[in-house]
Ligand binder design. Structure first.
Ligand code: 4AD
Ligand code: MG
Length: 480
């Protein structure tokens, strides 16, 4: 049976003398004798030494970059620097050839490609060093998230992907229907009759599992969701996807303070986990970024390297302040006074990303938690504060990313929630099940949503969200 290259490299010199089989793809050639074999199990490649006198010409000709091969050989101490062991090859089986003219057409030709070009070849970009590193780290982050919640007594809850509700009230939903788009059934007043649709009502892909998670938290205490989320926002930015993954913990009896503490502890745990478990991949991305930065003018460069930025988040408390305080900070800022912000600043505005980035990157130079936003710009379910103007909301802002987490304490008081529904134009009949939980044994509770891809952007240093999800879905793009 074949051994993984990760195992072989991790075990170091322990296997010297052993006869092993490895299988993978040829990453590179050196001096016509040394093959670098990568099987995806880890960042590193295994050096295999082929004595060209031992193999027939026809077989050697097939050993080209990107070909899939199975090798048998003896593990020996490496003569060269850079690796502890190498494989003295005694048998070669070419499993999948890689014809040079085919390789030429793809991102697998051995040279540096732009990330944009790699995006057009999502089927091959996995085989590059960069995307191998990104997707191994993405796996580790997902694993760390489940680990964190499991060890802290949370239950993993699967909330529906098809739903009739618009939890965020932003109306950015993808409709799910089996009706004939060309000839839909109509009601008497000429509207599309969704009563005749598959579910007997109008449904959409979920924008958040929160409302359902609240129901479960009010019985199981601590739950979290981790699933795909869909938003038909037509914003073609480097931080938005139409299909992304969100993690939404929800905790009974937590207030906003406890919610902030949980968020901070959780985000720091993910950062520590990546630092401890993804060393090689992280080092590669760190160095890759450093090379890229060196090409940029001084004022556009990061002050800290990727690894330093992650360490900084782990080691420093997040800055916490209210939305109202943040507006004051922005109004006293140099860019505001010099009219450098594109969007105006006044109490009540939805902060733009230029404002968020100023607070995080220039003013406080650390992650920031903003709380107590104006009720008009936040969702209906957030708990009203005593001032009658703000709600117990919190957004976590990260350097280089902007908003990474959005959350709140929830409105647990039935009458206040009913007033909010009325004010937001949400018919109570649609949310009868949600309102019901405020009638029997209602308790204060709180939660938040972390955008998985934005977290991966932070820990990999990738600057476009399309490069941290295997198959990005964005306006006008659903290839692969
Ligand atoms: O702030 P949002 O909209 O919050 C909610 O959906 C709440 N129901 C969460 C909760 O309290 N349980 O979204 C949460 C996070 C954002 O902070 C952002 O990281 C990410 O989800 N996000 C997106 N990520 C990629 N593409 C998009 N279009 C995103 N929209 C939100
Ligand atoms: Mg938000």
């Amino acid at each position: 049976m074949a051994i993984s290259i990760k195992e072989l490299l991790n075990e170091g010199t322990a296997n010297i003398g052993a006869l092993v089989t490895v299988q993978g793809w040829i990453r590179a050639f050196r001096s016509n004798r040394f093959l670098q074999i990568n099987d995806g199990s880890c960042f590193g490649s295994l050096q295999a030494v082929v004595d060209f006198n031992d193999f027939p010409e026809e077989q050697l000709r097939l050993l080209t970059t990107a070909a899939a091969i199975r090798l048998e050989g003896k593990v020996v101490e490496s003569m060269g620097s850079g690796q502890a062991i190498e494989l003295m090859v005694s048998s070669i089986e070419v499993i999948g050839i890689a014809a040079a003219d085919e390789v030429q057409k793809t991102v697998m030709q051995p040279k540096r490609h732009s990330l944009e070009f790699l995006r057009e070849q999502a089927h091959f970009r996995f085989r590059t060093n960069t995307f191998g590193a990104v997707f191994r780290i993405r796996h580790s982050v997902a694993y760390a998230i489940h680990h964190y919640f499991h060890t802290n007594g949370f239950f993993y809850l699967n909330t529906p992907i098809i739903t009739g509700s618009d939890a965020e009230g932003a109306g950015e939903m993808f409709r799910v229907t089996t009706l004939d788009a060309k000839n839909p059934p109509l009601t008497d007043d000429g509207k599309v009759n969704f009563g005749a649709d598959f579910f007997g009502k109008s449904v959409n892909l979920t924008v958040s599992g929160q409302l359902e998670a609240e129901l479960a938290a009010l019985a199981l205490g601590k739950v979290y969701t981790f699933g795909p989320t869909f938003r038909a926002e037509n914003s073609n930015t480097s931080r938005h996807l139409a299909e992304f993954w969100m993690i939404e913990p929800e905790v009974a009896f937590n207030d906003l303070q406890a919610n902030m503490d949980l968020t901070e502890d959780f985000l720091k745990f993910i950062c520590r986990f990546v630092m401890e478990h993804c060393k090689d991949d992280l080092q590669f991305l760190n160095d890759r970024e450093a090379q890229e930065q060196a090409q940029k003018p001084q004022h556009e460069r990061h002050e800290l390297s990727l690894i330093e930025r992650i360490a900084f988040v782990i080691d420093n408390p997040f800055k916490r302040l209210t939305y109202t305080e943040a507006i004051e900070v922005l109004k006293n800022s140099a860019p505001y006074k010099k009219k450098k912000f594109q969007y105006d600043v006044s109490w009540g505005i939805d902060l733009q990303s230029e404002h968020e980035r100023y607070l995080v990157e220039k003013e406080f130079k650390c992650p920031v938690i903003l709380t107590d936003y104006p009720s008009e710009i936040k969702a209906f379910y957030m708990r009203s504060n005593d001032d009658g103007k703000t709600v117990a909301a919190m957004d976590v802002l990260f350097p280089g990313i902007g908003e990474i987490v959005g959350g709140s304490q929830r409105e647990e008081r039935l009458e206040v929630l009913q007033q909010k529904c009325a004010a937001f134009g949400i018919p109570e009949e649609e949310l009868w099940w949600y309102l019901d939980t405020r009638k029997i044994g209602s308790v204060p509770h709180a939660g938040f949503g972390l955008g998985l891809e934005r977290m991966i952007m932070f820990v990999t240093g990738m600057t476009n969200i399309r490069d941290v999800i295997p198959f990005p879905r964005t306006p006008l793009n659903a290839s692969f």
